[in-house]
Write a new protein. Structure first.
Lengths: 285, 320
């Protein structure tokens, strides 16, 4: 029983950063931007947080991460660089810059922030409700329209690029909070490799959540369950830990595929943003 | 600021991109070294044999990028495909078999995302990149388990790959480049490029988009796998993997070269020469004690410039 409770605690601990980044990715993708660079935002903000430690590291991490994400949105939308590949490039640049920034902090134990464990997950759930409400406001409707039909939004006199940059700022805020949480609360120390892959999982969980903030709460438990299990099971099973480490990624893909098949059979209506990953160029509308 | 479509494409856009990337690299190197003479030393190629080897590998992976992106398919899992390609080379006995195995295993690694995209419409960018992480962990499993070299006591490393000469590595790139050029002259190659204009276009042309989605992604994965096999077996020494050294970064290098080269096979070859030089700069920086990932930042920015080159090729930027 004690073991099961321990696992449950770990699941919520791992679900917090994923939920935060997933909410960000959901807002961004709703606006029509498939930002793979969110991985870079998470990594870079984690590096900054590791460098300074709480509380200033936390604030600076969020500021740096948000600005980095905004730069991506500017280049991918105003300047119409390919969204998918620019995101990949932003991830690689962040890996490089982040590992340099936090080089002096490798292996140094960090001070824990005020909020971690299940309480932090509860806070993230509250944020999910906030994002849910946000998507129902006038701004939220504009964000959703920018992902579904930016030309019409533009014809209504609303600046699509500005709406997308607002979505990008929200996404960056949430993703950098996830990065700071990861390094300060989840791992408690920094190493080059640790924070890799988390932001990317969030891109997928946002899709699993069908881009809905409230469903994201449940979707974030998919990878986090497997992440926690892969640690716990290492003690009991004779399977290579490396193979167990692949399960969060494979499970996320599997759940995504099952959802696609179910949607195809008409089990539910997908609300996939119709302009996801397509550039909106005003002159071509 | 807005983008206005050009009547005529503007090839100089790529020259602007190259200049931008060069300026970024120089600024970053100066910032990292702080001194002019050590900066110049960092920018020099020290070993031309090494440089040519890197050029061959970057070129092959760049062709993988060209095949995919020219078809409007977003395979960004070249890194993972190269890792499993290198694993296949480790398990092979002679260099020719190593290349063939790398090609086939890269193809197999790209097949699930290809099938998911073709039949269910699952975004291939997401699946191919997620499989990169899976590839790295799978490689670590093989290094520790089935492919571990028992002769290296107290040191976890894989068995060695068969040795492939430098001439053979460059020859492999030549074969791949000519192969892609010839493919683009055929009817199948034309359909593959038409796919970028939309699945309906291929259907109106009388071909099945499903077939060409599968073909494009599988071929792209196969070339990346081949690139990984060439990379590990053309090394002068240390043709093995350790737990820490699985990923080589060549996936990123190849993708950047594909975009800087304007997604044309010949342009990508020229850009590979530039990106191989960036790799050398990254190695020189590492010697100075900077983290290995710093080189990624340089190449990542080169890639962003390549994407900008593509936009400048098609559009005029009006600041107003």
């Amino acid at each position: 029983m004690a073991v099961e409770l321990g696992v449950l605690f770990e699941v919520f601990k791992a679900a917090t950063p994923i939920l935060l980044a997933t909410l960000g990715a959901a807002v961004g993708q709703r606006a029509g931007v498939l930002n793979l660079g969110i991985e870079g935002t998470v990594y870079l903000s984690a590096a900054v947080a590791a460098l300074l430690g709480p509380p200033w590291g936390l604030l600076l991490a969020v500021a740096v991460g948000t600005l980095y994400n905004l730069l991506y949105y500017f280049l991918a939308n105003d300047f119409a660089l390919n969204q998918v590949l620019l995101g990949f490039a932003f991830t690689m640049v962040a890996y490089g810059v982040g590992s340099q920034v936090a080089q002096s902090r490798v292996g140094v134990p960090l001070q824990k922030p005020a909020l971690y464990g299940p309480e932090a997950f509860a806070a993230a759930v509250v944020l999910a409700v906030v994002v849910h409400v946000l998507l129902r406001t006038r701004l939220g409707v504009a964000i959703k329209a920018s992902g579904d039909d930016p030309a019409s939004l533009d014809l209504m006199g609303i600046d699509v690029y500005r709406v997308r940059k607002i979505a990008g700022a929200v996404e960056g805020l949430l993703a950098s909070a996830a990065g700071a949480y990861l390094v300060l609360a989840y791992y408690g120390s920094w190493s080059d490799q640790l924070v890799m892959g988390w932001g990317f999982l969030a891109v997928v969980t946002a899709m699993i959540a069908l881009w809905r903030p409230l469903l994201a709460i449940a979707a974030s438990l998919v990878p986090s369950t497997f992440i926690s299990l892969s640690y716990t099971l290492q003690r009991y099973l004779q399977i290579s830990p490396h193979l167990l480490n692949t399960t969060p990624y494979l499970a996320s893909i599997a759940v995504l595929v099952i959802l696609y098949i179910a949607a195809r059979r008409g089990a539910f209506k997908t609300s996939a943003p119709r302009w996801l990953a397509k550039p909106y160029i005003r002159e071509e509308r | 600021m807005r983008l206005v479509q050009r009547r005529e494409p503007y090839p100089l856009g790529y020259a602007v991109a190259l200049a931008g990337s060069l300026a970024t690299t120089l600024a970053a190197v100066l910032l990292a070294t702080n001194r002019l003479d050590s900066a110049l030393a960092v920018l020099a190629v020290t070993d031309w044999g090494f440089y040519l080897r890197v050029f061959a590998v970057v070129g092959i992976v760049a062709m993988s990028g060209v095949v995919s992106y020219r078809a409007g398919l977003w395979n960004i899992g070249q890194e993972g495909q190269a890792v499993v390609g290198a694993l296949a080379a480790l398990a092979s006995t002679d260099p020719l078999k190593a290349l063939l195995a790398g090609f086939l295993i890269g193809l197999a690694w790209a097949l699930p995302p290809a099938l998911l995209r073709a039949f269910l419409g699952v975004n291939e960018a997401v699946t191919t990149f997620l499989l990169t992480f899976v590839a790295v962990y799978t490689a670590r499993y093989f290094i520790e388990g089935p492919l571990r070299d028992p002769a290296k006591r107290g040191f976890v490393a894989s068995v060695e790959a068969p040795h492939l000469g430098l001439a053979a590595a460059v020859g492999a790139l030549a074969v791949v480049a000519i192969g892609v050029l010839v493919l683009y002259k055929t009817r199948r190659g034309l359909y593959l490029r038409l796919l970028a204009s939309g699945e309906e276009v291929v259907r109106y042309a009388g071909a099945s988009p499903t077939v060409y989605i599968l073909l494009g992604l599988a071929l792209s994965g196969a070339l990346a796998g081949l690139g990984g096999a060439v990379e590990i077996s053309s090394r002068e020494a240390g043709r093995y993997m350790t737990l820490q050294q699985v990923s080589t970064g060549f996936g990123l290098y190849g993708i950047s070269a594909a975009w800087l080269g304007g997604l044309s096979p010949l342009g990508a070859l020229a850009a590979s020469a530039y990106v191989a030089w960036l790799y050398q700069v990254g190695v020189n920086l590492k010697v100075l004690g900077l983290p290995a990932l710093v080189a990624n930042a340089l190449v990542g920015s080169a890639m962003a410039w390549g994407l900008a080159g593509y936009v400048l090729y098609k559009y005029r930027v009006v600041w107003r």
